[in-house]
Design a protein around this ligand. Structure first.
Ligand SMILES: [Zn+2]
Length: 90
């Protein structure tokens, strides 16, 4: 089985404008409003940084706090085909 690196970083709907990593529990506050392009770039960069991060207690706490968000995130990871297809470049 191929081991793929997953992206743990998602935009929190609980804390507007905050990026969360459901793995290590790190957060990053984005100053809003910002353009979608900026938001996308930040999400991408944050996700890249967290590709190899270590799971921690903090991450588990974060997942609990964002339970419904995390469900969506998990579904996305499992299904992989988004109805709203995002152009993957690179
Ligand atoms: Zn992380």
């Amino acid at each position: 089985m191929r081991k793929k690196k997953t992206n743990h970083a998602v935009f929190s709907f609980v804390w507007p404008g905050t990026l969360c990593c459901f793995h290590c529990g790190d957060t990053y506050k984005v100053s809003l409003p910002c353009s979608l392009e900026i938001a996308h770039a930040i999400t991408k960069a944050f996700g890249k940084e967290h590709k190899g991060c270590k799971e921690s207690e903090r991450g588990r706490g974060l997942r609990k706090e964002h339970e419904s968000d995390y469900e969506k995130y998990k579904k996305k990871e499992e299904g992989k085909d988004d109805p709203v297809s995002d152009q993957t470049s690179g």
